[in-house]
Design a protein around this ligand. Structure first.
Ligand SMILES: [Zn+2]
Length: 166
């Protein structure tokens, strides 16, 4: 704990209390978690430039991102289908204010565009990034295509981003 550096050069409150700062220190830790069957298969597919989705045998819903149980029928799904790599823009947000990226603790590079994309053949949409930062060029319903990272490791970042098909 240290003394608060007030721009007005005050060291105490009007009541006589010291102006203090609390140093939170530095925190760093590694963590690991089990991805399970669905995410392991999905991420392995991304490494091969394939979007693997699960399909419900009862209602036919195709889940991208894949999940093990159908949210409509509560049925366990074991059928896998390939969707994309093209799709339709369903929504977007252009972020222009930087904030701390929880993936690495540094500041996010701005601007960036967060999107909802419905990959061809999927019943649900997934969130990712688009390399277009001008809202005049982003129209819901636009066609998009996945741009793959050169080096793929079995991560959601194996898809670098989506680009608008012109
Ligand atoms: Zn279903």
């Amino acid at each position: 704990m240290g003394l608060y550096e007030d721009k007005r050069k005050r060291t105490h409150t009007p009541e006589g209390y010291e102006l203090l700062t609390l140093e939170s220190g530095h925190l760093e830790y590694d963590f690991h978690w089990h991805l399970g069957y669905c995410w392991s298969k999905f991420l392995a597919g991304l490494k091969e430039q394939r979007f693997l989705a699960t399909k419900c045998s009862q209602c036919g819903a195709v889940y991208m991102l894949p999940r093990q149980v159908c949210g409509r029928c509560f049925l366990e799904m074991d059928e896998w289908v390939e969707v994309g790599p093209e799709g339709t823009l369903e929504g977007f947000t252009i972020v222009r204010f930087p904030y701390i990226d929880p993936n690495h603790g540094g500041m996010m590079q701005v601007p960036f565009t967060s999107i909802w994309v419905n990959l061809d053949g999927a019943s649900t949409r997934m969130m990712h990034y688009c390399n277009e930062y001008d809202e005049k060029n982003l129209v819901v319903g636009s066609r998009l295509r996945a741009v793959w990272a050169e080096e793929r490791t079995g991560s959601i970042h194996d898809v670098s981003h989506f680009e608008i098909i012109k």
